[in-house]
Design a protein around this ligand. Structure first.
Ligand SMILES: [Zn+2]
Length: 64
């Protein structure tokens, strides 16, 4: 069966550069909260992006 790609339905995506409001840094570290171990594998959990620069300074600034 042929797969028909529907064209002309491209939504404009909102793009923004993620920047730390505190230090204006653009480096992030990704953490996860509430990961469950299912059959010995880390699964689920909520991803959080933290400012890497503030993180190095002992601050927790969640960006997304
Ligand atoms: Zn920062």
């Amino acid at each position: 069966m042929m797969l028909h790609l529907v064209k002309g339905h491209h939504k404009r995506k909102a793009t923004a550069l993620l920047e730390c409001p505190r230090c204006k840094g653009r480096e992030v570290v990704e953490t996860r909260i509430g990961v469950q171990m299912i059959d010995g594998r880390p699964t689920r959990g909520t991803k959080v992006l933290l400012c890497a620069n503030c993180h190095r300074n002992g601050e927790r600034v969640a960006l997304a």
